[in-house]
Design a protein around this ligand. Structure first.
Ligand code: COA
Length: 377
């Protein structure tokens, strides 16, 4: 990695390693998981199938899919001490902080803790995928002072997540919308949180440690935290008529409009295409089209004025809101899906490991004499 790349900032356009998990063509707006276009996956597959695809590099047979569904359904519970730990966190703890803490603690209780064999790592990867959605629902119920809802093995991963969150079976439209959102967020090449997971894994740290690093990295508003910021903006705007003024004001103040722009896509983020559709349909069917209408108007103005396209976070905000998901749970929901990709990347990294250790371009002073403490002014 040359100095020029470093000076360009943020490692943009630097190829940091090989991967067979997902690919992005930022100019054409293409995302594919193991070579399969995201549009086909969003329209035809489900989250469990995508987990298999990301972990194994190919689609499962019917039997393999049944096997994975059963394994995930059987691994959804989390140990009682982890539930107790979550109960003990102070009120007002951000759900991402709670999730990060819980995943770190899960590592201590994992039946394969300390076993770094390939099969053990794969079991841990699948277990973490199964448990992350449970943790997100738990974090929310416990802070609402409601008792946890036991997972329902007959439900799909997405439907079970909504069930554990609400305590009621989701409507089929909500169930499918959640499933598609999980499919769309499951992997995205060397994004910041995935890269953090790979860096941690490359030191031969354990699976839970690598996923904890990923959650910590996803929390920031320039990454996964943007969907939460988008919803706050939609609430501030309040009505489609006020959208234009909001955008103009933000632009005049040189404030970024959350949910727009992307480090890699120079055209529409293909995930936004599906999330826009989902947000619209959920709004229409749920009888509250206001959030979609505000989002649509903001998009029109930002496109016209700045030429920026919405990213994955923009329409996921209005879609999740209509699904009844609290705003500060949006990023944890992202994590509940992205754990599929994170774990796939950790497995891939460990399959052919080399410590990730770049160099910095030192731009500070050189040959500076040491001044003893007493002689400093
Ligand atoms: N709102 C307003 N202007 C934006 C913008 C946004 N959301 N995103 C980028 N821009 C502008 C920048 O101000 C910059 O303008 P300039 O050249 O006049 O200074 C130009 O577009 C390039 O932006 P830059 O931040 O350098 O692009 P990047 O590739 O480094 O950043 C993001 C990508 C995602 C960090 C950036 O678009 C952003 O902060 N978006 C908002 C947060 C967000 O939605 N994150 C989720 C990403 S999936």
């Amino acid at each position: 990695m040359g100095g020029a790349a470093g000076r360009a900032g943020g490692l943009r356009k630097v190829v940091a390693g090989e991967s067979r998990i997902s690919s992005i063509d930022g100019e054409r707006g293409v995302l594919a998981y193991a070579g399969i276009d995201i549009h086909a996956l969003a329209e035809q597959s489900g989250f469990e199938e995508v987990v298999f695809l990301l972990h194994e590099g190919r689609l499962p047979t019917r039997l393999e899919l049944l096997g994975l569904r059963a394994e995930l359904a059987g691994a959804r519970s989390v140990p009682a001490p982890v539930v107790a730990l979550l109960r003990g966190l102070p009120g007002g703890t951000h759900p991402m902080t709670a999730l990060r803490t819980a995943v770190s603690a899960l590592g201590a209780f994992d039946p394969d803790a300390g076993d770094d064999s390939g099969p053990a790592r794969r079991r841990q990867a699948r277990r973490l995928v199964a448990q992350m959605a449970t943790l997100v629902a738990l974090v929310d119920r416990l802070r609402r002072r409601e008792e946890p809802v036991e997972p329902e093995p007959a439900l799909s991963h997405a439907a079970n997540f909504l069930y554990m969150l609400e305590g009621a079976r989701p409507l089929p439209t909500a169930d499918r919308a959640m499933d598609v959102a999980f499919v769309l967020h499951a992997d995205h090449e060397f994004n910041a949180s995935t890269f953090a997971a790979r860096v941690a894994a490359s030191t031969l740290a354990d699976m839970h440690g690598a996923i904890t690093a990923a959650i910590a990295t996803l929390k920031g508003p320039l990454h996964g935290g943007a969907n939460e910021a988008v919803m706050q903006a939609l609430e501030t705007v309040g009505s489609p008529e006020r959208a234009e003024g909001f955008v103009r004001e933000a632009m005049a103040a040189k404030r970024k409009i959350m949910g727009f722009g992307h480090a890699v896509y120079r055209t529409e983020d293909p995930r936004a295409t599906h999330l826009r559709r989902l947000a619209k349909r959920l709004g229409e069917e749920g009888g509250d089209g206001r959030w979609y209408a505000i989002s649509e108007r903001i998009e029109q103005v930002v496109r016209a004025e700045k030429g920026l396209y919405p990213n994955v976070d923009f329409y996921s905000a209005s879609a999740y809101h209509v699904l009844g998901i609290p705003t500060d749970l949006f990023t944890p929901v992202f994590a509940a899906s992205r754990v599929a990709g994170w774990t796939a990347h950790v497995l891939e990294q460990l399959g052919n490991n080399k410590l990730i250790r770049p160099e910095s371009d030192y731009v500070g002073p050189r040959d500076v004499p040491y001044v003893p403490l007493d002689a400093r002014s």
